[in-house]
Design a protein around this ligand. Sequence first.
Ligand code: FPP
Ligand code: MG
Length: 321
Amino acid sequence: MTRRSAVPPPVTAVLDASSRWLPARLGEVEDGLRGAIAEHGAVLGEDAAATLAAGGKRLRPMLVLLCAGEAGGEAAIRAATAIELIHMATLVHDDVLDEAPLRRGHPTVAATSGRARAEAAGDLLFSRAFGLLAAGGDSRSVALLADAAVALARGELAQRHDAFDLEIGEARYLQRCRLKTARLFECACLLGRDDPHLRTFGAEVGLAFQLLDDVLDVTGPPERTGKASGTDLLDGTVTLPLIEAAASDPGIREVDLHGLDAAAAEALCERIAATGALERVRSRALEMVAAGKRELEAADFEPEQRQLLGLVADGVVQRYS
Ligand code: FPP
Ligand code: MG
């Protein structure tokens, strides 16, 4: 059984609406995650276990399982576990790059164990994902996940390249988000079922997820989001809330992001919020979710599958962590 306390709302809404099979399979994914990181030495095990214990919404495994449907079986559970391992790996590495102190309400591996150990823990999680998929003998899934991991790396690199550049516009930002986030959501859906409607659904929902994530970075607070706020500004990441805010308050473009300390970042967050940019970005995310849900109408699904996927899509924008 899934530990309900580890699954934050609104994901609980999906579990509450589902029949028995989904929570049971998510429980198997949790077992698979624990099994995947066991027996790789005490140090790596400790860091990987801390990452796992911090929990998470398990949105990507949920998408795999729901797209595969009740008939999905063992292959879907394996793919759902593998994609969460990749997601965990990217967050451990991302927290090294961002020097982030907090993730999911817990100190990051980088903060507790240092950069080298965090890199190794991320590598372990990454490698175990592919080991698990390869053991299932499904080369299509291995290829899908490998392509998504390449996209993640390209997205992260593009973000570093664009850092501190206030001339970055919306198109470039969206392109980065597609690579950094949406491709993994898209991959989750395709791991569940090869269907062009699900590819588009995953891409739209993934993009919406990143937009909301960038709103939450401005609004915080850490007690609710589980991570430090204002980190995007502090590490020079220009996101849509900032781009939107600068369009109505051009003085924002004159701010030197290099010189920001925590207090200045907080003040800039307030200035962004004052422009109404957060509501505009939230509306964009809602439009993306609506576009994704239209794709669901065109796909051949059991009614429960469509309803639950719709709830996952809604949950991506109705969240505080
Ligand atoms: C979190 O986003 C980070 C990502 C979505 C991608 C991170 C990708 C890498 C570190 C490179 C690829 C790594 C592997 C293992 C393939 P965010 O920084 O916008 O959100 P946050 O506020 O939660 O940190
Ligand atoms: Mg980050």
